[in-house]
Design a binder for this molecule. Sequence first.
Ligand code: FAD
Length: 401
Amino acid sequence: MVDRARSTPRIAVVGGGIGGLAAAALLHRAGLPNVVYEQTSQLKEVGAGLVLAPNAVRLLRRLGVLDHLLGSAVPLDVGWEFRRWEDGRILSAEDLAGSCERLYGEATYTVHRADLLNAISSAVPAGSVELGRRLTAVAADGDTARLTFTDGSTVEADVVIGADGVHSTVRGAVTEPSPATYSGMCAFRAIVPADRAPAFARRRAQTLWIGPGHHLVHYPISGETAVNLVAFAPAGDVTTESWSATATVEEFLAEFAGWDPRLQDLIRQAGTPGRWALLDRRPLQRWSNGPITLLGDAAHPMFPFFAQGAAQSIEDAAVLARCLADDVTAPARALQRYESLRIERTTRLQEISHGRAHVNHLPDGPDQEARDAALAAADPLVANGWIYAYDPDRAETDAAV
Ligand SMILES: Cc1cc2nc3c(=O)[nH]c(=O)nc-3n(C[C@H](O)[C@H](O)[C@H](O)COP(=O)(O)OP(=O)(O)OC[C@H]3O[C@@H](n4cnc5c(N)ncnc54)[C@H](O)[C@@H]3O)c2cc1C
C-alpha cells in the first residue's frame, strides 16, 4: 500500500518509446506524476512509418496531441489494399475515405514514427524524463521495487512500468523468460523520397503486395513527401533483430525477382535498406508482479502484420493510467486489474498477427485461390471493428464481449 502521507505512488516508467511516453503522458493527465528512465541520450525513433488506426487516433486526440501530428500525418483514402504479386491485380481494399470516420469516429493516418514520438512527448513534462538511464535490474521488495541503473545508482518506486520494448529487462522480474525463437522471416525497410517514388506508391493508400513466401507494404508518410516501404522475406541466415542492421538494394531486389516490374522500380529507390530478423515470441501468461508491470512490446511483442503494436501500447497506457487513478492507494491491485483488462485483447492480436504470416505468403495454388476469394468477399473494415472501435474508458464492458 502507498504511504498515505505521500498520497500518490512513486511511478517509474522504464523506456521512453511510444508506449512509455504515452503512459507517462496519460498518467500525468490523470494527476499521477511519474519519471521516465530512458537508456538513450535523446528521445528518438527509427526512420520508418506507422499506420495509426482509429483506436490509436482516438486516444491521441483525447491526449490533446493529435493536432501536433496533423501537419505531417497522411489521412488514408484506402487501407489494406491487397494486390497480387505478379501483376498488381487488386484482391481487396478498404474504402477508408468513405467509411472509416463514419464507422469509428476517426480517420486512419500514416505517420513517421519520429513525428508520433514528438507529438506524444509534447504532453510529457520535460523535467520528468531522465535520459541516459539504462536499467540493469529491477526487483520487487514487498510493496515497493528497487531499480538499478548502469552507473550503479538506484531508485525506489511504488509502481514500475516496464515499457522497455521487445528486449525488456523488466520482463525478467515479472515472469519466466520466454526465449525468442527464429521465425524464418526478415524485414527490409526503407523510406523513399516521394519525387523518386512511382505514382502508384504516392497514393493515399496502404498497399500490400502478397505472394509466395514474401509480402511488401508501402504507404506515403511525412506530409506525402516520402513513401514508407517495408517488406517481409525468408531470413536465411539473418538473425540480428535490430533496426540499425542494413542490407543492399540488390539483396532486396533479389527477394522480389519476378514480381510486378513496377514494384521493382520502387525497390530500386530504397537506398541502403534496413534489414532485421523477425523473432517469434509466444504470448505471456502474466505481466505483473506486485508493484511491477509491463506495457507495449515488453508485454506483447507481435508480428507487425496487423499494424497494431504501437496502437496497443497506447491503449495499454490509457487503461493503466485509469486503473492506477481509480485505485491510487493500492497500486498492485490496480496493476492486476490493468493486466486482466488488457491481456485477452493483446493476446488475440498477437495470435492473429502471427497467423497472417502464413496466409500472406501462400504459394500459388488452391489455398492461395481460396484466400484471394475470401479477401474479395470480406469487408475487413467492418470485420475488424473489435480492433478499431475499442475505447479504453469502456474496457470492462469491451473485455467481456
Ligand atoms: C516493421 C514494423 C512495422 C510496424 N508497423 C506498425 C504500424 O503500422 N502500426 C502500429 O501500431 N505498430 C506498428 N509496429 C509496432 C510498433 O513499432 C511497436 O509495437 C511499438 O513501437 C512498441 O513501442 P514500445 O514503446 O512498447 O517499445 P519500443 O519502441 O521498443 O521502446 C522501448 C524503449 O525502451 C528503451 N529501453 C530499452 N531497454 C531499456 C533499459 N534497459 N533501460 C532504459 N530504457 C530502455 C528503448 O531505448 C526504447 O526507447 C511495427 C513494428 C515493426 C517492426
